[in-house]
Design a protein around this ligand. Structure first.
Ligand code: NI
Ligand code: MN
Length: 242
């Protein structure tokens, strides 16, 4: 499985399929990637804030691929004439060979995008199973039920916000790693702007002191390949730990 941090909370996950999450590109100071440069099979959007919804409409329409999001936000994508999969927290969908489970996130979700009036449902995260298991936390505070997410899924990679101010900071995200027990954690949602300035090495130090998880600090645009053992996720036994 290959994971590319595009910048901020935008990732391209390449497993059985190519899954693009939170494609905030055009106004994102940390990337020069443009919407027409990305090819993928589906787009997952964690919540309605513009630094996550980003360029999802343009990307999905150009490639005629579905946008996966919570039902209320999905109504906006319907209105924008995208293919949509609108589901809700706790639910799972299968798109192509990828299973996506929507998780809670402790955060708000709003309407700072043209055409998206009122509330855009709740903020969410995703567990994405596609030849490996990736948890994208979205924007969230630390919450105790991350332990449940970690016990229900053998997470290969957790993508966690560390920037503080709008989300968890590095210390809180390190506690999240203790609950989630992923093999690898990758920090996101930091240093895009001044209010979310953070030092990812603090996160790495805390995580690697307290857990067996390895932290991989990426630069925007950087990819890593992760050996997930090659087996179909569904064949893995769970709960995962004693
Ligand atoms: Ni947000
Ligand atoms: Mn955000």
């Amino acid at each position: 499985m290959n994971i590319t941090w595009i910048g901020h909370s935008a990732f391209l996950i390449e497993g059985y399929d190519k899954i693009l999450v939170d494609p905030f590109l055009i106004n994102n100071p940390s990337t020069d990637v443009t919407p027409d440069q990305l090819s993928c099979d589906m787009v997952c959007v964690t919540h309605g804030h513009s630094d996550h919804l980003g360029d999802a409409v343009a990307i999905a329409k150009r490639q005629k691929i579905p946008v996966l999001s919570i039902v209320e936000l999905s109504e906006y994508f319907d209105k924008m004439k995208c293919q949509t999969v609108g589901f809700n927290i706790g639910g799972s969908v299968k798109v192509k060979d990828t299973k996506v489970t929507m998780t809670q996130a402790v955060h708000s979700s709003g309407a700072d995008v043209d055409g998206l009036e009122g509330a855009a449902g709740a903020a969410t995260g995703f567990v994405i199973e596609s030849g490996g298991i990736v948890y994208h936390a979205g924007d969230t505070a630390l919450f105790g039920d991350m332990a449940l997410i970690g016990s229900m899924h053998r997470i290969d990679v957790a993508l966690l916000p560390i920037g503080g101010f709008f989300t968890m900071d590095a210390a809180q995200a390190a506690k999240a790693v203790e609950l989630l027990k992923p093999k690898i954690a990758i920090p996101m949602h930091y240093n895009t702007w001044l209010p979310i300035k953070a030092d990812p090495s603090v996160f790495k130090r805390l995580v690697e002191k307290n857990t067996e998880t390895k932290v991989r600090i990426l630069d925007p645009g950087q990819s890593i390949t992760i050996d997930t053992g090659g087996g179909r996720d569904a064949r893995r036994p769970y709960p995962r730990r004693s």
